[in-house]
Design a protein around this ligand. Structure first.
Ligand code: NI
Length: 299
C-alpha cells in the first residue's frame, strides 16, 4: 500500500535535507484494530518520519504482546502494566507476570496505569492500589511510569506526591487533557507532559488544554497518537482508527500553538523521549535503515 501523504508544515526550512523524525510515545499497536495490517501501519509510520513507537500494555496479555512486538520490530519499544479500566479483572498472577515482563529486553517503561473516573469499571480503591503498585515497581526498577488520567487530576497528583516521598517519580502524563495548573504541578513533580489528538480539537472544552500546550516547557514536552484512539483533526469523525503516521497532524498543531518550527519540535520531543525512556542515542539521529539491529538484551 502506498504511504499516505501527510501535509507538511509550511514553516519548515528549505535548507533541511533530512526531514524531521519523530517518536510516537504512546500507541496501542497490539490492539485488535491493527490485527489485519500492522506491517503496513508500521511502514506508513516510518514513511511519515515516525521511526520510533512506544507501545504500552493494558493487561497482562496485552503487555506480553507488546513485549513480543518490541523484540521483533526495530524501533518499537514496550511498556508493561494494567490499565485502570482493566484492573478490576486482573488476578494476582497477572501482576506477577507484569513484574516478570518489566525486566524483559525492549521494555522502557511501566504502564499504562492511572486513575479514571470517567469510565469507573474498576472500584476506586482498586484503581488507587494499582496506581501505587505500578509507581513502586517503576521506582524499584528505575523506569519511567506512563500515566492515564480522566476526571481525576487532583487525586492523581495527590497519589504522585505520596509516591514522591518514597523517591523520585519519573514518567509521563499521557494524552494530557487537563489545565495549565495541573500541567505545572505535574512538571514540578518531575513528569513530562504528552499531547495527543485532543490537542488538535477545536471544541471550547479544549481551550484550557491549548494553554497547557503553549506553556509546557520545551524540556518536558512529548507527543503521541494514543492509536487507535483520539484521531486528530482534520481526520476526526472521518475515520474510526488512528495510527502512528498521524503523529504529524498532532505535531503540526502543537508547533502552530507554540509558534515553533517542526524541526525544533522534532528535536526537543525526540531528545525528551530519549532521555525519559533511555532510548539508545542513535535513535535520535539515524533512520532505522541505517541503524544496526538492536542487540538482544540491550536494555
Ligand atoms: Ni493508552
Amino acid at each position: 500500500m502506498a504511504p499516505k501523504k501527510l501535509p507538511t508544515a509550511g514553516q519548515e526550512s528549505s535548507a533541511t535535507t533530512v526531514p524531521p523524525s519523530w517518536i510516537d510515545t504512546h500507541c496501542h499497536l497490539d490492539d485488535q484494530a491493527f490485527a489485519a495490517d500492522l506491517v503496513e501501519v508500521i511502514q506508513r509510520a516510518r514513511s511519515a518520519g515516525v521511526h520510533w513507537m512506544i507501545c504500552p500494555g493494558t493487561s497482562a496479555a496485552s503487555s506480553q504482546a507488546v513485549v513480543q512486538l518490541a523484540q521483533s520490530q526495530p524501533g518499537l519499544y514496550a511498556a508493561v502494566g494494567i490499565h485502570p479500566n482493566a484492573a478490576f479483572e486482573a488476578s494476582p498472577l497477572d501482576w506477577e507476570q507484569i513484574c516478570r515482563l518489566a525486566r524483559q529486553p525492549g521494555v522502557v517503561a511501566i504502564g499504562e496505569t492511572g486513575l479514571d473516573r470517567y469510565r469507573d469499571f474498576t472500584p476506586w480503591e482498586v484503581q488507587l492500589e494499582f496506581l501505587h503498585r505500578h509507581v513502586r515497581l517503576a521506582q524499584d526498577l528505575e523506569l519511567p511510569v506512563i500515566l492515564h488520567c480522566r476526571e481525576a487530576e487532583e487525586e492523581l497528583l495527590t497519589a504522585l506526591h505520596q509516591a514522591a516521598d518514597r523517591g523520585p517519580v519519573r514518567g509521563v502524563w499521557h494524552a494530557f487533557s487537563a489545565d495549565l495548573e495541573a500541567a505545572y504541578e505535574a512538571t514540578e513533580l518531575g513528569l513530562y507532559i504528552s499531547f495527543a489528538g485532543s490537542a488538535t480539537y477545536t471544541n471550547k472544552k479544549f481551550e484550557l488544554l491549548r494553554e497547557a500546550v503553549v506553556c509546557t516547557p520545551d524540556d518536558r514536552l512529548l507527543l503521541e497518537t494514543d492509536s487507535p484512539y483520539l484521531v486528530p483533526e482534520p481526520l476526526r469523525g472521518k475515520q474510526q482508527r488512528n495510527e502512528p503516521a498521524h503523529l504529524l497532524l498532532v505535531a503540526q498543531r502543537v508547533a502552530e500553538l507554540r509558534e515553533q518550527t517542526m524541526e525544533h519540535l522534532s528535536d526537543i520531543t525526540r531528545s525528551n523521549a530519549q532521555r525519559l525512556f533511555g532510548l539508545p542515542p542513535d535513535a535520535a539521529s539515524e533512520g532505522p535503515s541505517s541503524r544496526p539491529p538492536r542487540p538482544e538484551g540491550a536494555f
